[in-house]
Design a protein around this ligand. Structure first.
Ligand SMILES: [Zn+2]
Length: 470
């Protein structure tokens, strides 16, 4: 008997953690961070205590309390005995935090299966961020009970990388990963052949992106397998098909940038390679240099290793790196402590805010809200700000958004919203369901699972922690 248990992603967007059991075989489909559950109790200055290992995470419902899953060093900190794991792997659909980040807590003996490009993105995240208990995906620093034991090198996790066309064997399971189009490269859906029949998992996907043919490949394979069940995302099940597309983002943004006489600032998620290409193309076609941060450079350098993605590295044509101020308020090289900056200080395409200020219209600066304090040095006087991210969809995001608008108004920037989503809309989902035609549907990664009922009577209303026998 094949069993499914959903420990996250239930009536919420993201946080997917799905346990699949087939006879003796046990695997997880994704092991992500739930922003919703975390945000319910914690915020910037009230965070789970890491000194207690995973106690706070379990006590507050951020992690399910199941044996044989977690890191022994973290179990020890909450007074539990070490455990051996019986989980044989995590199938990671893609490298977004709500699917990947809580791998951080998993027992070191659980291998991670993911796409080659997904691994590159995880590497870039690791290189550009400070290590913390919620992002130790690639490797982790064991937390000993005694300070003297702290100097041990990090423990590496075991990664098994796949690509479309591979067949992965995990004990009684045979798994086919198939590429899908999403707002991050290296995204996959799966056909999982169990002893009771095939189960399809969509991960996150869309039909309206530039690589829709990849999602169509997945749908075809999924349909051919005649699945007994489908676990599907439903982020935008409540949204009708509109004219949104990456091409429209390109056209609208280009038109606005061509009209601008001041500094051009754009904000998009650097994990989205299609969006990078869109703005890189606009910069080149409008005769501007694209200015990125040293953190962005980590991503570009990793993407560049994958020739299929066709992007330049951080020293590429028309790319400049903006040097942040450090400690003494100057740009003196010895002040930089972060490795990802230090390793790139010898590049000859580094620029400062003061230099950009002299000829603002020559540049397109990629600047995220968290780094808006750099506007103080950039001193834009008019110009465009292109927000190429989703609009706020909850209260917390709205507060942040209002604060962002205050900065934009303060510097007299002209605000432009230009975005297309990484997720499939309701109309396209209807088509997907009718093509794949699964015997059962488990909607997750959605706040509106009930809407799947309108599309198919085979829909199960998923309850968190309940065991479903397939
Ligand atoms: Zn995603």
């Amino acid at each position: 008997m094949t069993k499914l248990t959903f420990y996250g992603g239930v009536k919420e967007i993201g946080g997917n953690k799905i346990l699949l059991e087939d006879r003796g075989t046990k695997i997880f489909l994704d092991f992500g961070m739930s922003f919703g559950k975390r945000g319910k109790f914690f915020e910037e200055f009230l965070t789970p205590r890491t000194a207690a290992g995973i106690k706070d995470f379990i006590a507050m419902g951020l992690l399910p309390d199941i044996p044989g899953v977690y890191r022994n060093d973290l179990l020890k900190h909450m007074g539990r005995k070490p455990e051996e794991t019986d989980i044989q792997g995590v199938l990671l659909s893609h490298a977004h935090a709500d699917h990947a980040n809580y791998i951080s807590f998993l027992n070191k003996d659980i291998p991670i299966y993911c796409g080659e490009t997904a691994k590159r993105i995880l590497d870039a995240v690791q290189e550009s961020s400070q290590r913390n208990i919620e992002n130790e995906v690639i490797d982790f620093k064991e937390r000993p009970l005694f300070r003297k034991d702290y100097r041990k090198p990090p423990t590496e996790r075991k990664f098994n990388l796949f690509k479309t066309g591979d067949r992965i064997k995990i004990d009684s399971l045979e798994i086919e990963p198939i590429h899908v189009d999403h707002s991050v490269p290296g995204a996959y859906g799966f056909v999982i052949h169990t002893s009771d029949g095939p189960i399809v998992y969509t991960g996150d996907l869309r039909m309206h992106g530039l690589r829709a043919n990849e999602t169509l490949d997945f749908i075809k394979k999924a349909a051919e397998s005649k699945p007994i069940a489908m676990i599907t995302e439903g982020t935008r099940i409540n949204v009708r098909r509109t004219g949104e597309s990456e091409t429209k983002v390109y056209e609208d943004s280009k038109k606005n940038i061509m009209k601008s006489r001041g500094l051009n600032i754009v904000d998009f998620n650097f994990k989205d390679v299609d969006r990078f290409r869109t703005f890189y193309k606009i910069a080149q076609e409008t005769g501007k240099k694209m200015v990125i941060s040293f953190k962005h450079a980590c991503y570009l350098d990793k993407y560049h290793e994958d020739k299929k993605l066709g992007v330049p590295d951080s020293s590429g044509k028309d790319i400049l790196l903006m040097k942040p101020k450090r400690m003494t308020g100057t740009y003196s090289d010895e002040d930089y402590m972060d490795k990802y900056i230090k390793n790139r200080l010898n590049k000859n395409n580094i620029i400062t805010a003061e230099e950009i200020r002299k000829k603002p219209n020559d540049y397109m600066v990629v600047l995220n809200f968290w780094y808006f304090n750099q506007l103080v040095d950039l001193e834009p006087k008019g110009g465009k700000y292109i927000h190429s991210l989703s609009e706020p969809f909850n209260e917390e995001m709205e507060i942040s958004f209002d604060r962002m608008m205050n900065w934009i108004n303060h510097f007299k920037l002209d605000f432009v919203q230009s975005h297309c989503s990484g997720h499939i809309n309701g109309d396209d989902m209807k088509e997907l369901i009718s093509k794949v035609n699964p015997k059962m549907i488990f909607p997750i990664h959605t706040e509106h699972p009930g809407m799947f009922r309108d599309l198919s009577m085979k829909t199960k209303m998923v309850k968190e922690g309940k065991v479903y026998e397939i």
